[in-house]
Design a protein around this ligand. Structure first.
Ligand SMILES: CCCCC/C=C\C/C=C\C/C=C\C/C=C\CCCC(=O)SCCNC(=O)CCNC(=O)[C@H](O)C(C)(C)COP(=O)(O)OP(=O)(O)OC[C@H]1O[C@@H](n2cnc3c(N)ncnc32)[C@H](O)[C@@H]1OP(=O)(O)O
Length: 218
């Protein structure tokens, strides 16, 4: 984890951050969920990739279903309320340890912007080796959230998000996404970002308006 990301852990204490909106208080998980949480999440991701790409004999599918059901039953008694689980709050893990997020790694996180690197996996495929078009706004939206946070803005929500698909975004290929705050106008934070391949070719670019929540807004 970079020094910038480490510093970002303390943002929950920035004056006004917790008081804004009706959003629950979120803090980064102290220990990234413990020694095996990252392993669990990565194993789940591999399982997701497998689940959407295998064509297995019926007996294998039956065994896999039974094992998946047993695993779910093992975890079920340990559900906790939103904001207490390490998933999504583990800043040292790819995708913050959230299965929903792209498993990307943040390597820059400060007021000048946020950069993250990673690959779209088989799980994220739309067709013909390209990432599903819906997965790109997910990547952009989460980056925009981090950029807002790294800039020191109070909790904000995405009012709009625009993505231009410039070229096919391939799966299993190292990519980088980078963006920054362009301007601030009262509650409004305007952000832009670019998704690029290793040669710097822009595959997609995006812009968003993030609005600081008013007191009580969910
Ligand atoms: C989860 C964090 C883990 C914690 C770990 C610790 C640290 C973490 C570090 C980083 C965090 C990382 C990531 C964060 C994760 C994710 C970020 C994703 C964020 C989202 O994914 S969030 C979900 C999608 N999002 C929504 O679910 C919004 C639904 N919506 C609403 O809740 C309202 O809509 C709201 C509140 C947005 C505004 O409502 P409102 O009533 O307060 O404001 P109002 O409408 O009056 O607009 C005020 C002024 O904005 C202009 N305006 C409004 N909308 C516009 C538009 N679309 N286009 C152009 N202008 C627009 C108006 O024209 C007016 O402009 P003017 O003042 O000039 O007249």
């Amino acid at each position: 984890m970079s020094e910038q990301v480490e510093r970002g852990r303390g943002r929950g204490d920035v004056d006004g951050y917790e008081k804004h909106g009706g959003f629950p208080v979120y803090r980064a998980a102290e220990d990234d969920g413990g020694p095996d949480f990252g392993r669990l999440i990565e194993a789940m991701r591999v399982l997701q990739d497998a689940a959407v790409s295998v064509s297995a004999p019926a007996d294998v599918v039956r065994q896999a279903a039974e094992q998946a059901e047993a695993l779910a039953a093992l975890l079920e008694p340990h559900r906790v309320p939103e904001g207490q689980q390490p998933g999504g709050r583990s800043m040292g893990l790819p995708g913050r340890g959230s299965l929903l997020m792209l498993p990307w790694t943040v390597d820059k996180f400060d007021a000048t912007g946020v950069r993250s690197t990673g690959v779209f996996r088989r799980f994220h495929m739309g067709g013909n080796g390209a990432a599903h078009g819906g997965t790109l706004p997910l990547l952009f939206d989460d980056l925009f959230g981090m950029i807002t946070h790294a800039y020191g803005r109070p909790i904000s929500r995405t009012a709009y998000l625009h993505v231009n698909y410039r070229k096919i975004t391939p799966i299993d290929t190292p990519l980088v996404i980078e963006g920054q705050v362009d301007r601030v106008d009262g509650r409004k934070t305007f952000i832009t970002a670019k998704l690029m391949d290793a040669e710097g070719t822009v595959l997609a670019d995006g812009e968003a308006l993030m609005l600081v929540l008013l007191p009580g807004q969910p």
